[in-house]
Design a protein around this ligand. Structure first.
Ligand SMILES: Nc1nc2c(ncn2[C@@H]2O[C@H](COP(=O)(O)OP(=O)(O)O)[C@@H](O)[C@H]2O)c(=O)[nH]1
Ligand SMILES: [Mg+2]
Length: 456
């Protein structure tokens, strides 16, 4: 099953979810089974599928849906986050190789996985970023290996080391000579291409171990073919046992490539995917970005935006945030600045009416009909507050008639508008104080930890 099919299968899961009236254990189980099926058909390793689906199940059963969102949104987020997490987290890997130190990258992988092509791609990539790059051919096994890399090296105008007639030489010696030569010449990045086929797997792995222990490369990069399916897991594991892998290059992630192999290779090794190859040409290389990979997988362009919004909403209703707010209110330190922050956060989140209840006390101070015009009003208030001085925002009591006139003029509003905002602010602080007295009387502050709304 190709990567598009996996995406479609996951999208179907999500669709099914949105039809469900409630998310109970039965629905979650069904969804988890569908996800498992989709991942297995995409060649993701069985153990990994179980691990992933267990985590998704566990989180989905505990789901809490912030106002303004649907259960579907929250479950998409869980699937997205678990997949991204597996792939090494949200940030794309950083390429910050030091200059002039001869940073060595040793490529490993079986015959045909794309090592030689990827070596040239990497050289092209780093050269384009201003690095001095050199290549070494330590594949003494396959006839023609030398010429293939030589041609590519000429194409990108990088030097290449390696004897043409190499089958009498040891790959360890060739690699050692090449590295010492290029280090002396002050190259920044030295890329070593290796063999991928031997009489048996054991002798191949031994050769890799030998080269790595002599060269001590800064980074061993596994090149793995995205189209090989279930074998990806055992292949990656075998190489990782022979030489500790630092990173992964997924080749052939173009066309009908399977996505699951990539996931499995990561799971088998704990190494991060740094690059993907998307074609046969030397410039068809991309830095791997886990979140865009997973977004593509889920077939939804805006999944990242959704996750972002959900996180903000959650932060707003987090007990910690509410408690902090309570403290500020309690000590009379809830200022217009705080109000401004709150309104701005809420306006960024989108549909307002449903989100209003995220702000403690807000729903009690605004009458029903006010909710409907609140969006417009909030925008106006933000403009008004932008025309205030820092001093006025921190200490609204000083805003007298003449200040009001200045603020109204500066914000293109009327004194009546400014007064309305201030009335609202003072009303809000009064409500806060009252709520506080009540809640303290009723349960004490500690009991409010973890509650979403005020215990009225
Ligand atoms: N479509 C596609 N083909 C690739 C990619 N990388 C390598 N290949 C092809 O895969 C085949 C094997 O590549 P090669 O670099 O010789 O693999 P090696 O044996 O590991 O050195 C060649 O035909 C390459 O053109 C890729 O990202 N996309
Ligand atoms: Mg090769």
């Amino acid at each position: 099953m190709g990567i598009e099919r996996l995406g479609k299968a996951l999208a179907d899961v999500v669709k099914k979810l949105s039809r469900a009236a409630i998310i109970d254990r039965r629905v979650v189980e069904e969804v988890v089974r569908d996800i498992q099926r989709a991942l297995l058909m995409a060649d993701v390793n069985v153990r990994l599928v179980l691990e992933l689906s267990n985590r998704i199940r566990e989180r989905a059963l505990k789901v809490e849906v912030p106002p303004g969102f649907t259960k579907k949104d929250v479950v998409i987020r869980i699937i997205y986050e678990e997949l991204v997490r597996l792939l090494g987290g949200e940030k794309p890997p950083r390429i910050d190789i030091p200059r002039r130190r001869g940073y060595t990258i040793m490529l490993v992988g079986i015959q045909g996985s794309g090592k030689t092509t990827s070596a040239a791609k990497l050289a092209w990539f780093f050269k384009n970023r201003g690095y001095k790059v050199a290549l070494i051919c330590a594949d003494t096994y396959r006839p023609g290996a030398h010429d293939q890399l030589k041609q590519l090296a000429e194409l990108i105008e990088a030097p290449m080391y390696g004897p043409k007639d190499s089958n009498s030489r040891s790959p360890v010696d060739i690699a050692l000579e090449g590295v010492s030569l290029f280090k002396k010449q002050g190259y920044d990045v030295i890329i070593i291409d290796t063999a991928g086929r031997h009489k048996d797997e054991h002798s191949l792995m031994k050769e890799m171990t030998d080269i790595a222990s002599k060269i001590r490369p800064d980074e061993v990069m596994l090149v793995i073919d995205a189209t090989i399916g279930q074998q990806a897991y055992s292949q990656a594991k075998a190489f990782n046992e022979a030489v500790k892998l630092g990173s992964i290059f997924i080749s052939k992630l173009d066309g009908s490539a399977k996505g699951g192999g990539a996931l499995s290779a990561v799971a088998a090794t704990g190494a991060v995917i740094k690059f993907i190859g998307t074609g046969e040409k030397v410039d068809e290389i991309e830095l791997f970005d886990p979140s865009s990979f997973v977004s593509r997988l889920l077939g939804m362009g805006d999944v990242r935006l959704l996750v972002e919004k959900l996180r903000k909403a959650e932060e707003l209703m987090s007990p910690k945030k509410q408690e902090e707010l309570l403290r500020r209110m309690m000590t009379g330190r809830f200022t217009l600045m705080d109000l401004y922050d709150q309104i701005r956060t809420v306006r960024r989140l989108g549909p307002l009416a449903k989100l209003l209840e995220l702000i403690p006390g807000m729903a009690y101070t605004l009458p029903r009909e006010a909710m409907e015009v609140a969006e417009e009003k909030f925008d106006k208030w933000m403009v008004i507050m932008q025309s205030m001085t820092k001093e006025e925002l921190e200490n609204p009591k000083i805003i007298n008639r003449s200040r009001m006139e200045r603020i109204a003029k500066g914000s293109g509003t009327t004194v009546k508008d400014v007064k309305e905002l201030l009335d609202y602010y003072f009303k809000l602080t009064r409500v806060y104080r009252k709520l506080l007295r009540q809640s303290r009387r009723m349960r004490g502050l500690d009991l409010m930890r973890g509650t979403r709304k005020f215990p009225l």
